[in-house]
Design a protein around this ligand. Structure first.
Ligand SMILES: [Zn+2]
Ligand SMILES: [Zn+2]
Length: 420
């Protein structure tokens, strides 16, 4: 029979890697929860309209990259390409805006985009997303960015750069976009065909273009921070001040527009200087208009997402195998039968234990325990069974002692407690 493989761009996370993922996720969760974020678990698919309306129907994400399907009733759904739209939908559907003045959520899980697979980019990829609803103050932008920087410090990441931009608001952005459009119109024939199309539909998207020709032309393009209204300029200045006060260096990057339509004012990205072209590991910003766009009350919001595959590539944590603390070496059928009961007792006592099921020699079984790096081994054979004993072997010291079976659990729990 021909073998079936995983779809292109979809990766398995194997047992040897999962420990790194769990550790990474643990640090992320602890950092976020200590900063007042509560986890929300959102569905993997939503009605397509949710993404079309929030992300923008003409964006690459919605027009080219979503996995969209019809169910048996002819309704159209899409696998989520990002988490913010679903988070806002849930925020509104469950009226999470009632009660406290602000609502802080985070979510963690797979997202789906049919992009060309390349290093560090997958069609099913994992993100952690963070959203704060209900606060418009510039201090919030800085605080939430600082939580992210602290998380990366705890993860041991170095060589990061914080890029910052302001996209303006409905007051000042249209004027900027007209300026940009005029500039692009004048250079039209020098732009790639994609950018010619972008210039008409969504001019800011030209900054996403990777063509060296377009990049050169865009050096001279008008920059959004130069066209901000007084309120946006003040907001941006105060975000920058707060970050400086917290000791975070940043770089102004007027090309940073984010791929989504709903952002306003602060936009940021955290870039790793150790990765190649796909170097952003987290990004986000303010999206004060999105909640209203999705049918809710006018609600300021700020959020970001972290790409976990790229983050994981950077961590390079030493791989930790799943190792038992105690390994049971059992010699003979009766010992195996008793061993199963003992294994049960050890696990009930909260101890990590494994046993050898196959009929192998003492030497072979000890070699296996060694390979598993179990620090303790219990040996049970015919002699021990007859005497009601068990041998406890300290694998690191190479010493062993005989214990009465009824003393065993107490003794092991004692060692375990002093260890941890
Ligand atoms: Zn403005
Ligand atoms: Zn281009």
């Amino acid at each position: 029979m021909p073998q079936i493989k995983a779809p292109k761009g979809v990766a398995d996370i194997l047992p040897a890697q999962v420990r790194d993922w769990q550790r990474m996720e643990r640090i992320i969760r602890r950092t976020l929860e200590a900063a007042g974020f509560a986890e929300i678990r959102l569905p993997i698919f939503e009605v397509t309209e949710l993404f079309a309306r929030s992300i923008g129907a003409e964006t690459d994400i919605v027009s080219k990259e979503m996995y969209t399907f019809q169910d048996r009733g002819g309704r159209t759904f899409s696998l989520r390409p990002e988490g913010t739209a679903g988070a806002v939908r849930a925020y509104l559907e469950h009226r999470l805006y009632h009660g406290a003045s602000d609502c802080r959520l985070y979510y963690l899980g797979p997202m789906f985009r049919a992009e060309r697979p390349q290093a560090g980019r997958f069609r099913q990829f994992n993100q952690v997303g963070v959203e704060v609803f209900g606060l418009s103050e510039p201090g919030v932008d800085a605080e939430v960015i600082a939580v992210l920087m602290e998380m990366f410090t705890r993860l041991g990441l170095a060589g990061l750069r914080l890029d910052l931009n302001s996209l303006g608001c409905p007051e000042c952005r249209p004027g900027y976009l007209r300026q940009l459009q005029c500039f692009l119109e004048a250079k039209r024939l020098l732009l790639c065909t994609d950018c010619q199309r972008r210039a008409e539909i969504n001019p800011q998207r030209v900054f996403d273009c990777k063509q060296p020709g377009c990049q050169g032309i865009l050096e001279d393009a008008p920059k959004s921070p130069d066209s901000l209204c007084a309120a946006c300029r003040d907001h941006f200045r105060r975000v920058c001040d707060c970050l400086e006060q917290l000791g975070y260096a940043y770089q102004l990057n007027s090309r940073l527009v984010r791929g989504l339509d709903y952002y306003n004012r602060t936009a940021f990205e955290i870039v790793s200087l150790k990765l190649g072209a796909q170097n952003a590991i987290a990004g986000g910003g303010r999206y004060d208009g999105l909640v209203e766009l999705l049918g809710g009350p006018s609600t300021p919001a700020f959020g970001y997402a972290i790409g976990l595959e790229r983050l994981n590539m950077l961590l390079q944590l030493p791989s930790e195998p799943v190792q038992p603390w105690i390994y049971l070496v059992l010699l003979g059928d009766e010992a195996k039968r008793q061993g199963l009961l003992l294994l049960q007792e050890l696990r009930k006592a909260g101890l990590s234990a494994q046993m050898g099921h196959q009929n192998k020699s003492l030497k072979k079984q000890l070699q296996h325990a060694n390979k598993l790096e179990a620090p303790w081994v219990l040996i049970l054979g015919e002699d021990e069974l007859a005497a009601g004993n068990v041998i406890l072997r300290d694998m690191r010291q190479g010493t062993q002692e005989e214990l009465l079976q009824e003393q065993l659990i107490g003794k092991l729990k004692g060692i375990w407690t002093t260890k941890s």
